[in-house]
Design a protein around this ligand. Structure first.
Ligand SMILES: C[S@@+](CC[C@H](N)C(=O)[O-])C[C@H]1O[C@@H](n2cnc3c(N)ncnc32)[C@H](O)[C@@H]1O
Length: 253
């Protein structure tokens, strides 16, 4: 009998931010297929006898092409296994979850999404920077700072430069200079505060508070690397660096 593939959002890193459903399905999986963004602590929660398949990839280095990942999922499900396909954050936010589900459906394999806390939500909660605020931001927009096959970014800068909308940039490390220029070029205040956070909710988390005009240089000098999220907007002014460290369990003690 063909197994089922669960496209599971593993959240931003802290295992306690996974849903109970995600943990239950992970712990009953025959096969676990996981991304580079899934934290070691979460991978370690897999059943001891599960077959573990790492399909991590980075923006310029694609060890496992998407077509091959899809083929692995189909192969394992058709072998009768229940597969936990673990993805960082939420599978439907810059996660290609829907592409995998469509491929599985085309092969007659059933799949199910399990939502996860996306990086923006994790970052907001851990830093106390709200993504919306009655006085500072009437909306929030998630955009990608990276185009497939290294094409130039083609974002609607005019619309994105709205000072009452918080902008959250995923995958933006390489292009943050171009993004800042595009926004300033459409009239966004160069002093608009920007929050950059790498590996949010993990023991390796790094934070940087800067401004739109300085973000490219500051991020470069700080050596920020993916996964990093940029939060751009007046809501960042509410950040209090002295806030207490959040409670979290950690394999690192
Ligand atoms: C391919 S996207 C996956 C997004 C994921 N599906 C989500 O919902 O968070 C990868 C990007 O997500 C962001 N990201 C994911 N996890 C993160 C974390 N723990 N801290 C900061 N940014 C993160 C980074 O911008 C990274 O380059």
């Amino acid at each position: 009998m063909t197994g089922k593939v669960f496209l599971i959002g593993a959240g931003p890193g802290d295992p306690e931010l996974m849903t109970m459903k995600a943990v239950r399905l992970l712990q009953s999986a025959d096969v676990v297929v996981y991304d580079r963004l899934v934290s070691d602590e979460i991978v370690a929660m897999s059943p001891k006898d599960a077959k573990m398949i790492f399909v991590g990839k980075s923006s310029h280095h694609h060890p496992v092409p998407q077509e091959e990942i899809n083929a692995i999922l189909v192969r394992e499900a058709k072998a009768g296994h229940n597969v936990a396909r673990l993805k960082g954050g939420d599978p439907l936010i810059f996660g290609r979850g829907s592409e995998e589900a469509a491929d599985l459906a085309a092969e007659g394999v059933k799949s199910e999404y399990v939502p996860g806390i996306t990086a923006a939500q994790g970052a907001a909660a851990i830093t106390g920077v709200p993504l919306t605020h009655r006085d500072l931001a009437t909306g929030v927009e998630y955009v990608t700072g990276h185009r497939a096959r290294d094409e130039m970014l083609d974002l609607d800068w005019k619309r994105l430069a709205d000072p009452m909308t918080t902008l959250v940039v995923y995958m933006g490390v390489a292009n943050i200079g171009q993004i800042a220029e595009g926004l300033i070029g459409e009239g966004m205040d160069p002093t608009t505060p920007v929050f950059a956070i790498s590996r949010a909710t993990t023991p390796d988390e790094r934070r940087l508070v800067t401004s739109l005009e300085h973000v490219a240089q500051d991020a470069r000098e700080a050596g920020l690397k993916p996964p990093t999220l940029f939060i751009i907007g007046q809501v960042v002014s509410l950040y209090e660096s002295e806030q207490a460290e959040p409670e979290r369990i950690s394999a690192h003690g």
